[in-house]
Write a protein of this length. Structure first.
Lengths: 163, 192
């Protein structure tokens, strides 16, 4: 097994364009000028109550408060994503890193070769498209949303100082 | 070892919002040996399981415990958890938080509006005020505030326990929680 080199802080976030529905694509460049949260996760249909994607839905209003957007990314296909989002009442886009499988996850160093899934990894990308914060969660552990909120808060404070 | 990741240090696994005697729902003495904080959801089956465990711990012949309950409703998957949490707060407004808390967990998942109303009646609450509080969502900001303190402390699912401010990552059956509480009591006695 090869060890993935994780995308470091300060790196330019690799652009991508992935389907969120059968006829829509979402690109990183769509979010230039605002902070963006990327939540890579292993699979739709995780059976636990404290599911990470559900937690992020609950926290979504706080993320929006920083004028930030949120994208979930896994290797599941768009039809799975649509059914999953409907079942869990998720209103932010879930992107299908499906074909070529895991390409974007790999570019972010958030791919688990042995399992063939995305890792549980979080990125906060700043307005200029640079990785400002990232976190790789241990397998099976829901990372929570505290780190993301702190990173967004810190970004917004720095933006104020610069203004 | 992978490089390039910032692991957030300091806050993960630590209760960032200390217990506030004027705001929190607290059971047990304020000078107890151990403080146990739970983030819970009345519609979560695991919280329902944990409820009698906590009750037994508080009654047990062990170190005195100060127990605090904070709301963490995952409303997208548990649509009845939010009104139930607000019902507990509506009861709190009439000084009956803990009786309602017990009734909600003991009867979960029967948490529809009619159920909540029935529980309020059974507890002898002013039913008109109780219903008005729920309809007007008077206590929604309080529930949301609890939820956000949990998020800030890294709570990602329910139930999540903090023992003396440190997240308990183990199981929450009686023997495990009891052992964790006793260990915390010993370490706090050592500091005194």
């Amino acid at each position: 097994m090869t060890t993935q080199q994780a995308l470091p802080i300060g790196a330019h976030a690799p652009d991508f364009s992935l389907p969120s529905t059968p006829d829509q694509k979402v690109a990183l460049s769509d979010f230039r000028g605002q902070p963006l949260v990327l939540a890579f996760y292993p699979a739709d249909w995780s059976p636990v109550c404290g599911d990470e994607m559900v937690l992020f839905q609950e926290v979504f209003p706080e993320i929006r408060r920083y004028n930030a957007e949120l994208l979930g990314i896994s290797v599941d296909g768009v039809w799975s994503h649509l059914a999953f989002a409907k079942d869990r009442k998720l209103t932010y886009p879930l992107l299908a890193d499906f074909e070529p499988k895991g390409e974007v996850s790999r570019a972010y160093g958030a791919y688990r070769e042995a399992e063939g899934t995305s890792a549980r990894a979080l990125f906060v990308i700043d307005r200029g498209g640079v990785v400002d914060w990232s976190y790789l969660s241990p397998v099976g552990v829901n990372p929570g949303a505290d780190g993301v909120l702190r990173a967004l808060e810190s970004l917004s404070q720095r933006a104020k100082v610069m203004a | 070892m992978t490089t390039g990741w910032t692991h957030y240090e300091g806050a993960s696994g630590v209760l960032t919002e200390p217990v506030d005697e004027t705001r929190d729902h607290i059971m047990g003495p304020s000078d107890a040996a151990v403080t146990l904080v739970e983030y819970g959801d009345y519609q979560c089956p695991f919280c329902v399981q944990a409820h009698p465990v906590v009750a037994a711990l508080l009654k047990a012949d062990g170190p005195p415990i100060r127990y605090v309950f904070r709301h963490f409703p995952l409303t997208t998957v548990h649509p009845l958890a939010e009104p139930a949490a607000e019902a507990a707060e509506a009861a709190a407004a009439q000084d009956r938080f803990w009786p309602m808390h017990d009734v909600l967990f003991s009867n979960s998942p029967a948490l529809e509006g009619e159920d909540l109303r029935r529980y309020a009646r059974a507890l002898g609450l002013d039913e008109r005020k109780f219903v008005r509080d729920l309809v007007e969502r008077v206590h929604a900001p309080r529930v949301r505030a609890d939820f956000l303190t949990g998020v800030r402390s890294g709570v990602s699912g329910t139930p999540t326990f903090f023992i003396d401010g440190v997240r308990h990552d183990g199981a929450f059956d009686y023997p495990v929680l009891r052992a964790a509480v006793e260990a915390a009591a010993r370490s706090s006695a050592g500091r005194r």
